[in-house]
Design a protein around this ligand. Sequence first.
Ligand code: ADP
Length: 215
Amino acid sequence: MYLVILGAPGAGKGTQVEGLKDKLGLVHIATGDLLREAVRERTLLGQRAEKFITQGRLVPDDIVLELLEDKIGKEKDGFILDGFPRNLFQGRKLDEILSRENRKLDLVLNLDVKESVIIERLGTRLVCSSCDRTYNQENSAASGNTCPVCGASFFQRDDDKPEIIKERLKTYLEHTRPLINYYRKKGILHNVGGAQSPVEITREILNFLNKKENT
Ligand code: ADP
């Protein structure tokens, strides 16, 4: 199965994929994580990408595709893409890459979360400095401010500062949201309301996939 998870920054894409990937036996491909890793390792690509990330803008398509094209080609047993595509060009490119090997996207999950919730979430979110898992104020305090999975300390991402959050939301509305219509027209979009808890959202998605399989 080839899935894409769409949603504004802070909609909970990464959290959902963490809950879904093992149950569905799919590989999680997150472009944001791949880009941040390239920045940390100071690769040529990372150095080119860094300023766009810190400004809350999209990294140019050629950089993202260079990072991703091989990976998508290799993962033949199914994946969930998180953070890609982020504009129509990337959406069309993904179709093209998959169709080269007679593959196609099965489903696009769209996490629909109110803007006020997103701003609140991103402003208070913490990230593990080692594994990139994200935490909110409550669960980070509960774990003694170190990552319960790998023990490393938390930090606030530079792009989770208020003025950059605004820029990322603007980028989302302008470039990424049009993909909702693109996939709706193809008949593969499924909207998931974001008002419920993360566990309930995961359950709703799994129920939906079960029903889809049985029809
Ligand atoms: P979020 O969904 O919370 O904004 P991500 O970790 O997915 O966070 O992305 C962080 C940043 O990485 C984005 O703001 C953007 O600069 C860059 N980025 C990630 N994926 C892409 C992509 N497919 N195309 C262009 N830029 C990207």
